[in-house]
Ligand binder design. Structure first.
Ligand code: SF4
Length: 363
């Protein structure tokens, strides 16, 4: 499996908690960015047609106009081949920037999966987060995606928010389930330096978030969803293949500012600076890297374990890795965090909320 990720670094306004590489962009800036993206993509001609999945993320990809979306899909077809032939192609959207024309265009371009931002169903919480779309906007966007023929829609919800109660979180899940999405992701609030939330002195609430996670996971299980990764739940057959490839330590190419790649054993991420990215890409120069390293030996094996353990199915370890990490694995099994069966290991489902304690053993 090989995935293609594209990062669109534009949003209408910045949410209070966000530290992703994204900023408001004028139409001319987005046009220049798309030219730069074409420039970066042209360096990967040898991989043309050798991708299985595509994920267009951001930022807010749905912020692009219909004309800009046509250009984006043309650039991506030049790298990935016909997009409708991919095993899965996900497009991230926010409700405020979707309309009937764009939904039809996404379908026509071959997108098979939409990830639609929700976060919470209570408008007071959405306002506190600095979100533009309220719950009514999500309802409208969800139904126009269904009308456009999308039968694979994911929504994300946040927990551990300031002022959010357990009842708010389960209420958001019940509200969302009425729409019958195929996939749901949970994210616990992280407060990053430099964000308005950090400036306001807001703190993370890991215990409240963990309680919401576990209660929410049980509610989704009752509704027929299966947790297949720490934060991801799907109806059978709707697991994200693109993201599963990350957790299987498969290869991927990331295009755009801050996008990460893992190709030929090398892991790297592009600079997060949109201006530096556009300048280098338009000049035909190599995109500056935030980091680059070749993974090998114990580090590569440890990463394989950590990624594999994110999946509820766990991971079957090759003999050499199993022997190399036997001590750590035994310690975790004795502590009741890990289940082992031969060389197959997985985190106990009732211990997912302390998965960071498991991962620390391998860092
Ligand atoms: S929509 Fe997403 S990427 Fe954009 S500012 Fe909000 S959290 Fe960040």
């Amino acid at each position: 499996m090989r995935g293609l990720y594209v990062h669109l670094p534009f949003c209408r306004a910045k949410c209070g908690y966000c530290d992703f590489a994204s900023a408001p962009g004028a139409p001319a800036e987005i046009d220049a960015f798309l030219e730069a993206l074409a420039g970066e993509a042209s360096a990967y001609g040898a991989l043309k047609g050798k991708f299985d999945t595509l994920y267009i993320g951001g930022g807010t990809p749905s912020l692009l106009s219909a004309r800009q979306l046509v250009k984006l899909f043309s650039v991506l077809s030049d790298v990935a081949g016909p997009l409708s032939r991919l095993a899965e192609s996900t497009f991230e959207a926010n409700p405020e920037s979707l309309d009937v024309e764009k939904a039809a265009l996404l379908k026509k371009a071959g997108m098979s999966r939409i990830s639609l931002g929700l976060q919470a169903s209570q408008d007071a919480l959405l306002k506190r987060l600095g979100r533009i779309a309220m719950s009514g906007d999500f309802l409208k966007a969800f139904s126009l995606l269904r009308e456009a023929g999308f039968d694979n829609i994911s929504a994300d919800l946040m927990c551990g928010l300031p002022g959010q109660t357990l009842k708010d979180f389960t209420g958001s899940i019940e509200w969302l389930l009425k729409l019958k999405p195929e996939h749901v992701s949970f994210y616990a609030l992280e407060v990053h330096d430099g964000t308005p939330f950090s400036a306001d002195g807001l703190k993370e609430e890991p215990e409240a978030a963990a309680a919401m996670y576990e209660t929410g996971a049980a509610a989704l299980a009752l509704a027929g969803f299966r947790r297949y990764e720490i934060s991801n739940f799907a109806r059978p057959g709707h697991e994200s293949r693109h993201n599963l490839n990350y957790w299987d330590q498969g290869e991927y190419l990331g295009l755009g500012p801050s996008a990460a790649s893992y190709l030929g054993g090398e892991r790297r991420a592009n600079t997060a600076g949109a201006a530096a990215y556009v300048r280098a890409a338009l000049a035909g120069e190599e995109i500056p890297a935030q980091y680059r390293e070749t993974l090998s030996g114990r580090k590569k094996s440890a990463e394989k374990i950590m990624l594999g353990l994110r999946k509820t199915a766990g991971i079957e370890l090759p003999d050499d890795i199993f022997i190399e990490f036997e001590q750590e694995l035994s310690r975790l099994a004795e502590a009741g965090l890990l289940e082992r069966s031969g060389r197959h290991i997985k985190i106990r489902e009732d211990r997912f909320y302390v998965s960071n304690a498991v991962f620390r053993e391998f860092v």
